[in-house]
Write a protein that binds this ligand. Structure first.
Ligand code: URP
Ligand code: ZN
Ligand code: ZN
Length: 477
């Protein structure tokens, strides 16, 4: 290959994949990785990585952007602010949710969601579906067609009145996943237990944010996780349990696996770096900033999550970025009013901090290897949701979505983040690394201090059959 053929060469990279760490130059042409090796010919542009770690761009496979919410709640981030925030934190692909409204069509939700993303996303994106109303039309026509068109994952909720499905409906949805080659994600919390506990807390006047955690103890997650596993066993289909918060759900997943079931699992930064105390040790309203579901647990559960990250229980580490302002319209403190915990929008921001937090607290503190970091933040999610090896990989032919890491001390400040949320739950945390460069398809979008690259270049990626599923001919057998 002649020198002029490469658009960009990244020199002296310490490239990390989910299986290896190796020293290499990376040659990029037309947005893809085309050469790996030492002493590559000159490119039109060059970046000297000077022995820095280079990983695949992050794949954040669970984030909520511009997702319609029941009024007056409103998400702060749309595809513009959310994906700029992604870029600055080293994420180059996001997979948010096109959510069906009860009584509405799934197809309409997908079309609406495309309109929201089109032309304003700065990173590539695929969509999960949220199935909230599995009518015969949805099960027999819409879902199979959408799966064929590249929407090969969907989430079902076991709680939240506007979204939850009963067990029979979940079985129907799992059956579609099995027959048409999709992966079902389950939000596992027992809705009736939560409502029963919430009413009792309210009757006792316990409405401060910290009581959100009391209304959703680990047993409600444990029971629903076990039930989700049983439903998957009945249908004989793999599932993925999202945002696992601690020991009791993990025990159920280990139980399922010990019984030969294909149960996959995701966890999120809030279960490593926050505890229930962040929702308040007294009735202070500031704890509303950390209200999310399941709620963060305690230090002992954080250690259980770290173990699960190390030993392969988790294959996906996502932000579950659910961006609600603290002050301001549609947020957690609406018109300055301290609302009861049941009315606080659930979710916290985390798209931009997901990768640096896990790199700093995981890799640099020796809790996980660099290969495991790549598996959890990029390769695992890409495989799980059918976009690997185009995404989540450093290999010939992959999109040149890359992060060059700068190992330096810094402190998280919301004022330095790029989302449209007015706080971060991680304010003041010390980190040991941040992306020095983020590249999307060979273009530098972030240079360590500012967004420099071409904007609005994000493209929709139609997902294929998730590679974690059995091959189609075996699944059909
Ligand atoms: O509290 C959370 N996790 N909010 C986002 C929605 C969801 O269930 O993932
Ligand atoms: Zn959820
Ligand atoms: Zn979520």
């Amino acid at each position: 290959m002649s020198a002029s053929l490469l658009d960009l060469v990244i020199r002296n990279a310490r490239a990390a994949t989910a299986s290896d760490v190796f020293d290499t130059d990376i040659g990029i042409k037309d947005g893809r990785i085309v050469q790996l090796g030492r002493d590559l010919p000159r490119g039109s542009r060059e970046i000297d990585a000077k022995g820095r770690v280079v990983t695949p761009g992050g794949v954040d496979a669970h984030c909520h952007l511009d997702q319609p919410s029941p009024p007056p709640v409103r998400m702060a981030d749309d595809f513009d602010t959310g994906t700029i925030s992604a870029v600055c934190g080293g994420t180059t692909t996001v997979i948010p949710f096109a959510a069906q409204q009860k009584g509405g069509s799934l197809r309409a939700a997908v079309e609406d969601y495309h309109r929201r993303a089109d032309g304003i996303a700065h990173v590539d994106y695929a969509f999960h579906l949220i199935v909230s109303d599995p009518t015969p039309e949805v099960l027999n026509a819409e879902l199979p067609a959408l799966i064929r068109e590249g929407y090969t994952s969907f989430k079902a909720y076991m709680t939240y009145d506007d979204l939850k499905l009963d067990d029979g409906q979940i079985l129907d949805v799992l059956d579609v996943a099995k027959r048409h080659g999709a992966i079902a994600m389950l939000h596992a919390e027992n809705s009736d237990c939560i409502e029963w506990l919430t009413q009792r807390l309210e009757a006792m006047g316990r409405s401060a944010p910290r009581f959100h955690a009391h209304s959703r103890p680990m047993l409600v997650e444990r029971e629903a996780t076990h039930r989700a596993i049983a439903l998957a066993e009945l249908v004989d289909v793999p599932i993925l349990i999202v945002h696992v918060s601690g020991r009791e759900a993990i025990e159920q997943i280990r139980w399922g696996r010990a019984h030969g079931l294909n149960i996959f699992a995701e966890t999120c930064p809030q279960y490593l770096f926050l505890t229930a105390e962040d929702l308040g040790i007294d009735d202070s309203y500031h704890g509303a900033k950390c209200v999310c579901s399941p709620p963060p647990r305690d230090k002992a559960n954080q250690e259980v999550i770290w173990n699960g990250l190390r030993d392969g229980l988790f294959s996906v580490f996502s932000s579950d970025h659910a961006p609600f302002k603290f002050d301001g319209p549609g947020g957690k403190h609406p018109n300055g009013e301290e609302v009861a915990f049941r009315h606080i929008p659930n979710g916290i921001p985390g798209l931009e901090t997901r990768m640096p937090l896990l790199y700093s607290e995981g890799v640099l503190k020796g809790r996980i290897s660099l290969e495991k970091f790549v598996e959890l933040t990029a390769t695992g999610p890409a495989k799980t949701y059918g976009i690997h090896p185009r995404k989540g990989a450093i290999c010939i032919g992959a999109d040149a979505d890359l992060v060059i890491w700068d190992e330096r001390e810094l402190t998280i400040r919301n004022s330095a983040l790029h989302h449209a949320v007015d706080y971060t739950p991680y304010e003041g945390m010390r980190l040991g690394a941040w992306p020095a460069f983020t590249l999307l398809r060979g273009e530098v979008l972030w240079d360590g201090t500012s967004c420099v690259g071409p904007r609005n270049q994000g493209r929709f990626i139609a997902a294929g059959r998730p590679s974690i599923l059995p091959p189609a001919h075996l699944a059909a057998a």
